[in-house]
Design a protein. Structure first.
Lengths: 529, 318
């Protein structure tokens, strides 16, 4: 690479010339756009983060009903808020490894029933107190109390005994769980002083930013926690989340520079947005997926042939193209994809096959009356259109589907988990065990396909305590096969997180764990001056 | 007692009675919604145990009548209670949001009302000629445009093509008056476009109606200019219908602008109400509903009183 290009690269990395100008001049020097873009990203990283400034995110998924109590977080904005002011024992890194935060070391006994977390020394809460093992225990205890209505109740329920001695937290489990450290990264399990028992919504944590203004459904303002233990992150002086639920307004705010990054870019406008100067689209393959769920215990879905007929009658490729605008990948009727550790990629892909679907449909002996599929605009983005596509591809196989569009209001209480066949979505979980335990174990509260299979359950429990990774991978593969062939889950597509940021934002790295760099975008990115 | 004063007192008493009836209706209406708060709060994550716990904690197991009277008692003593969803004090939250609602409504009204009346008078003056047709055509097309389309159009025009305003119109305490005005510029433009036509058409129609009268002819015959005739003789006699339309639009600016609020992420009362309806947060829904009803009733009383004051026949009833 010649000297002129190097100079150009350095100027762009320091922000002296704009990205657009850099790309244009690089092209003039004969460097392809892809190479130039890659070199610029690494040059910007090498140049080091720029400290200071105000970094702003415009986000969908916030309501004026949100609380600062981390246990109650359920939508995107509260999730991001937790990740900005809160700190957990550990995080899960973009590569799917444990990133040690308040805990600096984790170890377990041979059957994974007893776990020890060593608490990092000198981590400070926003109120100046030091984080102790007792704070950790008190926090976990609060989440095990059903009155706290914690979203992490299912995770901490398996802990039968907790104790603290010095800087060591010991958790004993009723049954072995090799994934426990991953579960402790759940975004509800923010460590609070005294466990946050006195005032759960105080917003005092040990995270990189302190809460300055909390206006639910409007905006959240944070300032740098001066004594934060990790100096490699937390670059901006102030960070802000503006709640902008309207798609058009959110995009316009990004274009006008009122915010630096946005979540949930509408797939329909990706191509238009690509041409806008100063903005780049970030599509990250994640673990979230859009589904159609059948109750395995209710007619006509209690018939295995009928379930198989419907699974074969959906055109997955078409859905990814038309519903996700190509930003996603096809599903295989089990909720795991390559973004999970221990994924078995040798499981054959199920394809659209009208002839085979018709065979299974005939074998099911269904009386030919229309099968009602319920959907709603809010079931997932494009859920109504997806149901209509499903209806057409099923009709080609001679299976009559009747699409019933329900109102968004009350969908999750009146339709989902109540009606036997409807559209829904799942966010991912950090590990396979958690995904399966949450929704496919016979006794799971959220078993929304009413899938009850003894063999599946026993493998799941065995795999959970298995520390040998090879064996564990085999067991997960077996479970995937069972669910894929027997279950009530039709999983046509995994959706990417589609986000956009302005070019002055640096330090962006794709993270499959969650939206906006798993909620840490404001913490890990910086503004090139 | 002066008959006017008596009338005003009567109207206010009637208004209060109406408000009480509305409170009952609101309460009954929210009771009739499908699903309950506990279910809505927990959403997809609802388990039977968690539901039972939450219902207990929220006091949803008490009979409806008991809850109604408790609620009404609280409101009479200025206590709106706390939001079920996040425990925030409703009175405080509403206070700030109501301020924002009124700020937006006032800004839009200050521009739209005088403009509409002026345009209406001009249209009446040039009845059937090109200024009339132009004014009618433009205002009718802006009112025909759905609010959100107008909003997106304005966003595109004034933040992308000519970037002079910001698309997100949030206002916060601590902003100066000028900053606030700048923030709400776009929603104000949209609201003016939306309410202009109605008031303008009514002004034009009312004035033209009066212009048929014999005394207008007299005024013209004694040599007054057309604008003077309209201003001195026609407008004062057309004021009653104009006032009632203006007030109707003012009420709309306060209670009916949720779509505009959402598009511009303006943190006012409508958005607050919708969020809480979605979560079945009944105390908030009831409180905001009651405030909206009070605004509506209050403005209508005002319209009645002004109409009566403006009309000598009603002012001096036989």
């Amino acid at each position: 690479m010649n000297a002129e290009f190097n100079h150009l690269l350095k100027s762009a990395a320091k922000g002296r010339i704009s990205r657009r100008e850099f790309m244009g001049r690089a092209a003039a020097l004969g460097v392809t756009a892809a190479t130039a873009s890659m070199l610029l990203a690494s040059a910007a990283r090498a140049e080091g983060p720029v400290k200071g400034g105000t970094l702003k995110a415009g986000m969908a998924g916030g309501e004026s009903t949100n609380s600062l109590d981390p246990a109650l977080a359920a939508s995107e904005v509260p999730f991001m808020v937790n990740m900005t002011w809160g700190e957990m024992l550990v995080d899960v890194s973009a590569k799917g490894e444990i990133d040690y935060r308040i805990a600096e070391e984790v170890s377990s006994n041979a059957d994974a029933t007893e776990w020890k977390f060593k608490i990092r020394a000198g981590v400070e809460f926003h109120d100046g107190k030091t984080v102790t093992a007792d704070d950790v225990i008190a926090t976990l205890k609060r989440h095990t109390d059903e009155k706290s209505q914690s979203g992490a109740l299912g995770i901490v329920q398996g802990i039968s005994e907790m104790s603290a001695s010095g800087d060591m937290v010991t958790l004993k489990l009723a049954a072995g769980n090799a994934d426990l450290p991953f579960l402790m990264a759940d975004y509800h399990l923010v460590i609070q002083p005294g466990g946050g028992v006195d005032n759960p919504a105080a917003g005092i944590g040990a995270g990189p930013y302190k809460v300055v203004a909390f206006e639910p459904g409007v905006r959240h303002v944070f300032e740098k926690h001066a004594n934060y233990f990790d100096t490699t992150i937390g670059h901006a002086d102030t960070v802000e989340i503006l709640v902008i639920n309207d798609n058009t307004a959110r995009t316009a705010a990004l274009q006008a520079g009122q915010v630096h990054m946005i979540n949930r870019v509408d797939p329909k406008i990706i191509d238009l947005l690509k041409g806008v100067p100063g903005i780049s689209i970030e599509a990250v393959a994640g673990r979230g997926h859009y589904v159609f769920i059948m109750h395995c215990d209710k007619a006509p879905f209690d018939n295995k042939d009928l379930r198989m007929a419907l699974k074969l009658a959906i055109n997955r490729q078409e859905m990814v193209e038309k519903i996700l605008g190509g930003l996603g990948s096809i599903g295989n009727d089990f909720p795991i994809n390559a973004a999970y550790p221990l994924f078995d990629d040798s499981i054959p892909q199920r394809e659209y096959d009208a002839a085979k679907a018709a065979e299974h449909y005939k074998a099911s002996g269904h009386d030919g009356s229309p099968i009602v599929l319920r959907t709603a605009p809010g079931a997932f983005p494009g859920a109504v259109e997806a149901a209509q596509l499903f209806q057409q591809s099923a009709a080609a196989a001679g299976i009559p589907l009747e699409v019933k569009v329900e109102p968004d209001d009350g969908y999750w209480s009146n339709v989902w988990n109540v009606e036997p066949f409807c559209a829904s979505y799942w966010g991912g979980r950090p590990v396979q065990d958690q995904m399966y335990s949450t929704a496919y174990l016979s006794t799971a509260d959220w078993n929304d396909t009413k899938f009850k299979n003894e063999e599946f359950d026993s493998i799941l429990l065995a795999a959970r305590a298995e520390l040998d990774q090879t064996k564990r991978k085999e067991e997960y593969s077996k479970m995937a096969h069972i669910l894929r062939d027997e279950g009530g889950l039709i999983l046509p597509m995994f959706n990417d997180f589609v986000e956009a940021k302005r070019d002055e934002v640096a330090g962006w790295q794709p993270d499959p764990n969650g939206e906006l760099m798993n909620g840490r975008a404001l913490v890990k990115c910086w503004l090139n001056a | 007692m002066h008959p006017i004063l008596k009338l005003v007192v009567q109207r206010i008493a009637l208004g209060l009675l109406l408000l009480l009836a509305v409170s009952l209706l609101i309460f009954a209406g929210t009771e009739a919604l499908p699903g309950d708060v506990a279910q809505s709060i927990l959403g997809q994550s609802a388990t039977p145990e968690a539901l039972a716990n939450l219902r207990e904690a929220l006091g949803l197991n008490e009979p409806a009548m008991t809850r109604y009277f408790k609620w009404l008692g609280g409101i009479l003593t200025g206590d709106f209670g706390v939001a079920l969803t996040n425990g925030q004090d409703i009175g405080q939250a509403i206070g700030q949001r109501l301020g924002n609602t009124l700020f937006l409504a006032t800004s839009a009204a200050v521009i739209s009302v005088p403009l509409a009346i002026l345009l209406g008078l001009v249209a009446a003056r040039y009845n059937g000629r090109w200024p009339d047709k132009l004014i009618s055509g433009v205002t009718l097309s802006t009112i025909s445009l759905p609010e959100f389309v107008a909003a997106y159009f304005v966003i595109y025009l004034l933040t992308q093509l000519i970037p002079i305003f910001q698309p997100v119109a949030m206002v916060f305490p601590g902003m100066s008056f000028w900053e606030k005005l700048q923030a709400v510029a776009l929603p104000v433009i949209v609201l003016v476009l939306v309410v202009l036509a109605h008031m303008m058409r009514m002004t034009r129609a009312a004035v033209l109606n009066v212009m048929q009268s014999a005394y207008i002819e007299t005024a013209e015959l004694k040599g007054l200019g057309p604008m003077t005739v309209i201003w001195r003789h026609a407008l004062p006699n057309a004021i009653a219908p104009i006032i009632s339309v203006v007030v109707l639009n003012l009420a709309y600016l306060v209670v009916g602008v949720v779509v505009v609020e959402v598009v511009f992420s303006y943190n006012a009362l409508g958005q607050y109400l919708v969020d809480h309806v979605a979560k079945r947060d009944l105390p908030v829904v009831q409180a905001v509903g009651l405030i909206f009803a009070a605004v509506y009733i209050g403005l209508n009383i005002l319209a009645d009183v002004i109409s009566i004051l403006a009309n000598p026949r009603l002012r001096h009833p036989k």
